[in-house]
Design a binder for this molecule. Structure first.
Ligand code: NAP
Length: 291
């Protein structure tokens, strides 16, 4: 009952006090990205998409993370149009599907995504996974799309150190973002390091570890110490690693709860203790191990 009370109080407070100020960070191309966005994996029906986006916009979210592979671009495009939020306020991401690598394929797939979204541009276009043999050609297509202004920023996802080194050796445009699986239980330090050195912002997917570790004793201890929920502690950990976090929820009260992370700070000591939770826990494949 106490947790339910806390959540209802959060929704009430956020609604009463207005939208949460979600901080932004500048990417290497000078464009700002909000530090918190809404993940949309597995939100597919028009009603669910509209309800989730409407709650997210109300809670102050402006970043929406989609992908061709999620089969929800059309629904998201419609939901954005139906909302009262001006397009220029929204930061919309979509991703290239694995089957669409290669120069011509990537250009065609991007056109298809824009058509599905019914938009003139996206804010961020990501290579969803590093596919062997096609990565360099694909990135050339991304650079063209970027130069044409049809994607305001371009980036990659699931790129490990070796994929990034290969890309940086060949790229004309440095990726603005690398979206990777990141939470205290999956903490690829070497990727964070190379991204920082090259001014690439890390975006944390599965930042809640899909709730699997909410009952971990250390997470429970942190919730009591900071008077926050497990989701808020995990998201705050990501933000304090300078990562953009994109938790997925289709539930209004959780969407509000996940946005309430900018009024507390985890101490340096507690961050270090949480860092030690890393066990390479994966919800997606480990990109180190697939080709
Ligand atoms: P996640 O955000 O770590 O966890 C989502 C799960 O947590 C859902 O089951 C959700 O259920 C639940 N949840 C959300 N907020 C909660 C809260 N406050 N309390 C309790 N439960 C809560 O996992 P994810 O969906 O894998 O990752 C987030 C986003 O990252 C995806 O949606 C997608 O946009 C992106 N992603 C990208 C890649 C990639 O390869 N680039 C891979 C995976 C994910 P309800 O919906 O029922 O609330």
């Amino acid at each position: 009952p106490f947790t339910v009370y806390c959540l209802l109080f959060t929704v009430y407070r956020l609604q009463k006090e207005g939208k949460m100020p979600i901080k932004k960070v500048k990417m290497n191309n000078g464009i700002e990205i909000p530090l918190l966005g809404l993940g949309t994996y597995a939100i597919t029906s028009q009603t669910d998409v509209e309800n989730a986006l409407s709650a997210a916009f109300e809670a102050g979210y402006r970043l929406i993370d989609s992908a061709a592979a999620y089969n929800n671009e059309k629904q998201i495009g419609k939901a954005i149009k139906k909302s009262n939020v001006p397009r220029e306020e929204i930061f919309l991401t979509t991703k290239l599907d694995n089957w669409d690598h290669g120069y011509d394929n990537a250009l065609r797939a991007f056109d298809e995504s824009l058509k599905n979204l019914d938009m003139e541009y996206v804010d961020l276009y990501l290579v969803h996974w590093p596919i062997t043999g096609k990565r360099k050609e694909t990135w050339k297509a991304f650079e063209k799309i970027y130069k044409e202004g049809r994607a305001k920023s371009i980036g990659v996802s699931n790129y490990t150190v070796r994929h990034l080194i290969e890309l940086l050796d060949n790229a004309e445009v440095i990726p603005a973002i690398n979206q990777v699986e990141l939470n205290p239980f999956c903490y690829p330090k070497e990727i964070l390091k190379i991204c920082k050195e090259n001014n690439i912002i890390v975006e944390a997917y599965t930042p809640l570890a899909r709730t699997h570790k909410f009952m971990h004793p250390l997470i429970k201890e942190m919730t009591q110490k900071y008077n926050k929920t497990p989701a808020q502690v995990l998201l705050r950990w990501g933000v304090q690693h300078d990562a953009v976090v994109i938790p997925k929820s289709s539930r209004r009260e959780r969407i509000f709860e996940n946005a309430d992370i900018f009024d507390f700070e985890i101490s340096e000591g507690d961050m270090e203790t949480m860092n030690k939770l890393d066990e390479n826990l994966r919800s997606s494949e480990d990109p180190n191990e697939i080709e």
